[in-house]
Design a protein around this ligand. Sequence first.
Ligand code: SF4
Length: 299
Amino acid sequence: MNKDQSVQDMTDTMAKFTSYIGKRLPTDVKDKLAELRTFETNPLAKAVYTSMADNQEAADKLDRPSCQDTGVIQYFIKAGAKFPLLGELEEILRNATQGATRMGPLRHNAVETFDENNTGTNTGTNIPWLDWEIVPDDDGATIDVYMAGGGCTLPGKATVLMPGEGYEGVTDFVFDVITSRGVNACPPLLVGIGVSTSAETAARLSKRAILREVGSRNANENAALMEKLLEEGLNEVGIGPQGLTGANSVMGVNIESSARHPSTIGVAVSTGCWAHRRGKIRFNADLSYEIISHKGAVL
Ligand code: SF4
């Protein structure tokens, strides 16, 4: 296959995949919402979960986006240094976003900052947002697509704590963020926490945390314990589905961290809503692919 054809094929696949994830929730999120419904005794909370499931079923059948806000498109790329289309990926993902916008259709969400005009294509300066990791000695590429909706992005916050504030300071920060603005993000939420040196490294890690599967645990046992304790504590607040009170507040809490400067604790929170539209796809060097996030998905 010549390079132009390969670029076109990958663009088509990514356009279809981006459009697909706007209409169908990933398997882990779908399963978690069904599980959370079983814990509810409050009829209103049960009814909200039922209407979420009905909404998902209708979106699938009618082939329409499952929420009116299809977000700003963000791609988190883990590409092998030997992936044959590494140099073309940026152009591929930009064209795929435009293709998905027509195909979805996706709401036009890219407004040029300072010019205040909507580009009408979901592309613009640095949009789609690309986050890169290059993997040495690999010839494949794994791409996470995320639709950053307005409501679910709104609670996002990052700060740098004094070192003496410790893990208690991290806990206070997370509770403040979720109890003040979490309700705007259409709960139950997937809470992503980044702990690092500075505001921007913590923020990037907190976003990566919500790309991790619901129910997965950090490999470090202290971090995993903190995930569990925060999850239990936030659930005790009882925010419930859509903030109407209920047995739970969150689908889960995922923490990602880096080693950090001894004098600072950078901490950030990102939140995913109940309609947490993200997808993971892995391409091999010959552009054959596997969809990891959505069981049984066919594009
Ligand atoms: S928070 Fe999520 S479900 Fe709610 S309006 Fe925004 S994208 Fe849609």
